[in-house]
Design a protein around this ligand. Structure first.
Ligand code: C2E
Ligand code: MG
Ligand code: MG
Ligand code: MG
Length: 288
């Protein structure tokens, strides 16, 4: 039943086409409807201060509640969203919703938001952030945007200019997944990052690999000298936390302290300013 317009032609050829390509097409079509259809969900994962073992804020981690496939993780659809440009409206949704939630928290809890390189290239990004700040009244100092090294690889002058503009608004910038990809220590000099997030791959074998310990130790020492905060990702065991503490790592995040969960799960938990006896009952329950 091919009539000549693009869609019909696609459907005529689809049965004979590569399975994966068809799947991609279907997913892209569904994703297009996800924002307007109210299918996106923001999960939160606590960020923990190593010294006090209290929560200082959360990272917002996106999920897609697909009507038939169920909950889909970001690794399954963010690359597609980037290729199709859908990441721009999706990212806008994330920013507006994360800001609105964080504006309601007490005790100066911060919010970390992942930014795709495609978003940084978009002229929409700055107005979206400025408007969301104005609408929610959120203190910009409580917002941290996480970017990966890939942002510094391509179009880096323009991207660094954008990062500077975000800094000028009082927002913080973190370098995510540090140590993966085309990591070069040079990147640490291209922009005055507020925080370096050390990738989970270095944390998972921290206890039984001397090399990982050496790398993590060196990164923390370097970050300290450059005046940047350090956060270790994917901390799952008390032994890893102990090693990180020894090395002077300032913050951690991981299943030891809590997975990414819907916001209702975390909102009743007291904020950083609360008495230490109330701090992070989640971690205590999991490790003891
Ligand atoms: P990321 O920013 O590096 O986030 C950390 C990932 O590690 C999250 O996966 C988190 O759930 C997972 N994680 C945290 N603690 C542990 C742990 O102790 N053990 C293990 N095994 N995993 C842990 P998630 O939620 O699947 O997100 C994957 C990636 O998707 C994120 O990596 C980020 O790059 C991207 N992403 C998530 N939300 C957004 C978003 O709103 N916008 C954009 N552009 N990217 C996003
Ligand atoms: Mg992140
Ligand atoms: Mg990361
Ligand atoms: Mg990651």
């Amino acid at each position: 039943a091919a009539k000549g317009d693009g869609r019909d032609r696609w459907e005529m050829f689809a049965p004979g086409m590569d399975e994966a390509l068809h799947e991609r097409h279907t997913l892209a079509r569904d994703l297009r409807g996800a924002v307007g259809g109210g299918e996106l969900r923001l999960f939160l994962q606590p960020l923990i201060d190593v010294e006090t073992e209290t929560r200082t804020g959360y990272e917002a981690l996106l999920r897609w509640e697909h009507p038939t496939r169920g909950l889909i993780g970001p690794d399954m659809f963010i690359p597609l969203a980037e290729e199709t440009g859908l990441i721009v409206p999706i990212g806008e949704w994330v920013i507006r919703n994360a800001f609105a939630q964080a504006a309601q928290w007490s005790g100066g809890q911060s919010i970390a938001i992942n930014l795709s390189p495609v978003q940084l290239d978009s002229p929409n990004l700055l107005p979206t952030i400025v408007n969301a700040l104005a609408e929610t009244g959120l203190d910009p100092a409580l917002v941290e945007f996480e970017i990966t090294e890939s942002v510094l690889l391509h179009n880096s002058d323009a991207n660094i200019q954008m990062l500077n503009r975000l800094h000028d608004l009082g927002l913080k910038i973190a370098l995510d997944d540090f140590g993966t990809g085309y990591a070069s220590l040079n990147y640490l000099l291209t922009f005055p990052f507020d925080k370096i997030k050390i990738d989970r791959s270095f944390i998972s074998d921290l206890e039984n690999r001397e090399e990982s310990r050496a790398i993590v130790g060196a990164v923390i020492e370097l970050a300290n000298k450059l005046g940047m905060c350090t956060l270790a990702e994917g901390v799952e065991e008390a032994g890893q936390l102990a090693k990180l503490r020894e090395h002077g790592c300032r913050m951690v995040q991981g299943w030891l302290f809590g997975q990414a969960m819907p916001s209702e799960h975390y909102q009743p938990v007291p904020a950083r300013s609360a008495a230490s006896s109330e701090a992070i009952p989640i971690a205590a329950a999991q490790t003891s």
